[in-house]
Write a protein that binds this ligand. Structure first.
Ligand code: BGC
Length: 252
């Protein structure tokens, strides 16, 4: 099935049509800088622009950096507070005239990795972590997603985990890769203590091969530790796959 996948991030809104059977792109990726303030209205405008660019009238899947339950946005740590309680999917459906499914961005990335990336064929407890503006988590048990986990916010060394170890914190504090990796190691130690996962997949910009080589070598975990294979496309692919699954469940 062909679905337009959209990933709303702290700095950019990205998307392209995805073949949800293969995970392949059906067009070049478009990126629009995230508007400031990133209100639901301004973000919806950007998504409509992306859909127009592809002359898209089919179904859409949209990943958001927030907990999303039954279409309603429940949290807004790194997005505009106006999102809380908002049915963003319904708003997009109104504007686009097509079906829209929204999903947490880390859950979307996890769905993509379990299907087409490092999690393929992996049973047991798999945790995907997306490292960027915040830290997002997607937890899978024998391939089934436990939706909307927020392990980015666990307490690490007396701090909120993502404030302590996100990529934004690395940039803001101008930490060397080695120094930052020590923080990230503390974060991972805590995750392993709390969850004991079999496999941890690291996604987000820091997982790109040229960045990975700067810091990944410093990490030690009991779980298998790998980087995401669908890299910064994971959110887009997973948003599209999630929309396909939702449509299938409703047998549209
Ligand atoms: C949010 C999560 C999100 C993550 C990555 C966190 O601040 O609470 O919902 O998945 O950032 O964007």
């Amino acid at each position: 099935m062909e679905i337009l996948g959209i990933d709303v991030g702290g700095s950019g809104i990205k998307g392209y049509p995805v073949d949800t059977d293969s995970g392949e792109a059906l067009g070049d990726r478009i990126r629009i800088p995230t508007p400031n303030p990133a209100t639901p209205d301004a973000i919806a405008d950007a998504i409509v622009e992306i859909a127009k660019h592809f002359s898209w009238s089919g179904p859409v899947g949209c990943a958001l950096p927030a907990r999303v339950k039954n279409g309603i946005v429940k949290t807004a740590t790194n997005i505009n507070k106006a999102f809380i309680g908002y049915d963003f999917a319904a708003e997009l459906e109104k504007r686009l005239g097509s079906t829209v499914a929204t999903v947490n961005d880390a859950d979307a990335a996890g769905i993509a990795e379990m299907r087409f990336g490092a999690g393929r064929g992996r049973s047991g407890v798999v945790l995907l972590l997306t490292i960027g503006t915040g830290i997002g988590s997607a937890l899978f048990i024998d391939g089934a997603l436990v939706p909307n986990t927020e392990f980015g916010h666990i307490n690490v060394e007396g701090h909120n985990g993502e404030l302590y170890a996100s990529d934004r914190t690395r940039e803001k504090k101008d930490l060397s890769w080695k120094k930052w990796s020590k923080r990230f190691q503390h974060y991972l130690d805590r995750i392993e203590f709390l969850l004991g996962p079999d496999l941890i997949i690291i996604g987000g910009g820091v997982s790109k091969p040229e960045r990975k080589e700067e810091w990944f070598k410093y990490l030690r975990t009991e779980a298998d530790l790998v980087t995401a294979q669908t890299a910064n496309r994971a959110g887009i692919i997973g948003a599209a796959c999630n929309a396909r699954d939702k449509a299938a469940a409703l047998s549209i």
